[in-house]
Structures are given as C-alpha cells and as structure tokens.
Design a binder for this molecule. Structure first.
Ligand code: PA5
Length: 419
C-alpha cells in the first residue's frame, strides 16, 4: 500500500497547524469523494469502474493482444494527457521491447518524427492515435504523416493497423469510420490529464504488455482506502493540505524526486497533472522534478543552498528495481569500501543521505510504494489525481480546466493561417 511520511515536514510546519487544517478540510474530503456537483462533467475518473469496468478492460486487452501478435512497433500518437500516463507506465515497467513503443505527436519539430519513421523501417508497424479534441496540432500533424506512411507501406490493408481514440461524434470519429480505423471512445467526462484509468491510458499500456487489470485493481484499492480513512489519516488530504500550507508560507515550487530513472515518464505525467490543474488565476505551486542521483550533481546544489522557495516530495520505491553486485578488482580505484555491495544498497544509501540532507534545508515529504509494478502504478495515479483535485480546491481554483493554454494556440493558429 502507498504510504505518506510527513515527519520531516514538521521542522517547517507544526503538527497542530496541519491537524487544524485537516479538520477545516474534512467537509471538502467528503464532498470530493462523492464528487462535487459543479465538477460533475470532469469527474469520470473518480470511480475507476466507470471507464475501466471489467468488460472495458477485457475489450482493451483483446485488442491489445491482437496488436501484440502482429506488431514489432507501436507508434503512440498523442500529447499531454493523451499519452503521459501510458508513457509513464511503459517506461517504468516494460523493458521487453516487444512491441517497441515509439512516441509521436508530442512536438511540432520534425526531428523526433523523422527519428520515429527511421525506427519503423523494415518492421511491422501499428499506431494508436489519441486526441480528445482533434484540433490539437501535434497529434494531428503526426497522425497525417504516420497515416500516409502506413498507407504507402501496406496499401489498402493499412487501416487495420490504425486505432483511434477520440470524442464520440467528433470529426475524428467520422474520419475513422469513413476510412475503417478502429475507434474507441475517449471518456466524455474526463479531461486528458485524468485519463490514466480509461482507454487512453490502458489500451497502450496493454499493447506494451502491462497487466492493466492490476493497474485498475491498484487504483480501486486506493479509492476504497481513501473512502475509509478519516480526514486526520487520509493520505490524499494530508498531502494536499501540507502542500497548501507550505504554499501559504512562501514555498512556491514542489520538486518530485526519486532514485529510479525509469520514473522519468511519471515525472512528466505528474508535472502536467499539477501544472494544468493548479497554475491559474495568478496562483499555484510550480511542479518540477529531479532524477536522482544524476541531478544531485546539478539541482542538488540549489536545494541545499539556494532560495528557500521549494519543497521536495521524494517518491520512494522500497524494493530495488534491479540488482548488480560490485565486481572484485585488483586495481586500486579507491572504491574498495564498496566491495561486495550491491548497487541497490548504494542507491538506498544515496536516497537516505539525500533525504536527510535536504530535510535540514527544505520541507521534504516521502511517498512510498513497496514495489514498482502495475498495481502500484495504479495506486500512484489515483493517489495523485485525487490529491490534485483536493489541492486545487483548497487553493481555490477549478482543477479541471486549462484556459491559459488557449492564448498561444490562438496566435499560432493565426500565424499558420487557420480560419
Ligand atoms: O489535460 C488536458 O486536458 C490536456 O493536457 C490535454 O490532454 C492535451 O492538451 C491533449 O489534448 P487532446 O487529447 O485534445 O489532443
């Protein structure tokens, strides 16, 4: 089960202040667990069974199995909430590379797209294109390129290699029907960044070989736990309350850190979730992430000695994800003190030392999971989604819209001549 440790924060926030605020927010917790009326159109993720029922999961698994049998490469097209959860999970858990998952539709630069096309050469390629609003430029332009590429390689048979996930009744839906692409509905009542537990997150995960039943089970168990936990112990409320109290004290940046580099995609998912949900109305904690131990040699300096604007949330995977024993050597490299030690042990020591050192200078929390597997990915997704909902509400913003992203889009569309 996921754990939250706030002990180190108590050097910066008194336990009484935390308890008092938890009592103030008890009513919000109860209302949020039920789903507040004003946000009804955005709360399809709240009960995972709504879009990830046994029947839906079975449908995703069957389609995924068919793709897995035939594909060497899956090109996943989508941006932001339309690919982050799947990418996070695949990067964290899948190293078999069958099929290899490549990502397109995340950039307006041709460079990554050309790289993807190069890697497709000579291989059996399938694509899943995901867009709630098919006007989004990045997936739209990449989809056109991939579509034409598949058509030129496979002729009339190309359509069965394309799966689309979009809004029912949208142009994307019509276009898919006209050209014979397999179409799955994008959850109508979920915004992109909350779609981990729906077709958007689950289908590509299943194609990559993730046991999506476990992802959903993890999320459902976490939801049950949040329903059962009173406000004072509720992990999601405690996290949301503490980050808001820190924000009120002037800590404007939250850094998510871990010592498992395969969580890189998860950082990206988490950053988008909090940035788009909270950064509005001139408010919000800026979410950033660090990949340790590498980043100890860069931002580690800032955390220790820089401006006192940030707090840190350490993501702790308790069971090592890999093992490698230091080999013996007869060369005097002055690392003899590590003879016989495993990298897992070295990594753990680096983690604990960093946590201890950073806690002296900045408020540090720890979110722990026992193992990095499908079940705990489900727990992490649900925990942060629900905590983000609470946190945005405590902050006083609507966590489910993102009006700010329209500003550049209008200007860009003008420049590109879109009518
Ligand atoms: O969370 C969100 O709603 C956004 O970040 C979207 O996921 C992102 O903009 C992609 O949108 P679309 O699926 O419409 O291409």
């Amino acid at each position: 089960m996921l754990k939250l440790d706030l002990q180190a924060v108590e050097a910066f926030l008194s336990r009484e202040a935390i308890d008092w605020e938890l009592r103030q927010q008890e009513r919000l917790l109860q209302a949020a667990l039920k789903g507040e009326e004003p946000y009804r159109d955005s709360l399809g993720w709240l009960r995972p069974e709504e879009w990830a029922s046994n029947a839906a999961v079975e449908e995703f698994r069957q389609l995924a199995e068919e793709i897995r049998r035939e594909a060497d490469v899956l090109v996943l097209i989508g941006v932001g909430g339309s690919n982050n959860a799947a990418r996070a999970t695949i990067q964290a858990l899948c190293n078999s590379g069958k099929p290899q998952v490549l990502y397109a539709g995340t950039s307006t630069s041709a460079y990554p797209l050309n790289q993807v096309l190069e890697q497709c050469e000579g291989k059996s390629v399938y694509t899943v294109c995901i867009a709630k609003n098919f006007e989004t430029l990045e997936p739209g332009i990449s989809f056109r390129v991939l579509r034409e590429y598949l058509r030129s390689r496979y002729g009339a048979d190309y359509a069965r290699r394309i799966v689309t996930i979009g809004t029912i009744g949208s142009h994307f839906d019509t276009l898919s029907a006209e050209h014979g692409f397999r179409f799955l509905p994008f959850a109508t009542n979920i915004g992109g960044r909350f779609t981990a537990l729906s077709s958007v997150g689950l289908l590509p995960m299943a194609v990559a070989g993730v046991d999506i039943r476990e992802v959903v089970r993890g999320a459902e168990d976490l939801r049950r736990r949040l329903i059962g936990e009173p406000a004072q112990q509720n992990v999601a409320l405690r996290y949301a309350v503490v980050r808001n109290l820190l924000y009120q004290k002037g800590y404007r940046v939250e850094m998510l850190s871990s010592f498992e580099p395969q969580l890189q995609g998860f950082y990206r998912w988490w950053r988008q979730l909090f940035a788009e949900s909270e950064g509005k109305d001139g408010r919000g904690i800026y979410p950033t992430a660090s990949e340790y131990s590498e980043d100890l040699h860069s931002v580690g300096q800032y955390v220790q000695d820089g401006s006192r604007i940030l707090f840190e949330t350490f993501l702790d995977v308790e069971t090592p994800t890999a093992s490698h024993t230091m080999p013996k050597t007869d060369i005097d490299d002055q690392f003899a003190y590590l003879d016989g030690k495993d990298f897992a042990q070295i990594n753990r020591s680096a983690f604990e030392a960093t946590f201890q050192a950073h806690s002296r200078q900045a408020p540090c929390m720890r979110v722990s999971v026992s193992t990095l597997d499908a079940y705990h990915m489900g727990q992490l997704f649900y925990f942060f989604e629900f905590a983000c909902y609470l946190s945005g509400r405590i902050l006083g913003v609507n966590p489910f819209d993102q009006p700010g992203v329209e500003a550049y889009k209008q200007l860009m569309f003008q420049k590109l001549g879109k009518s």
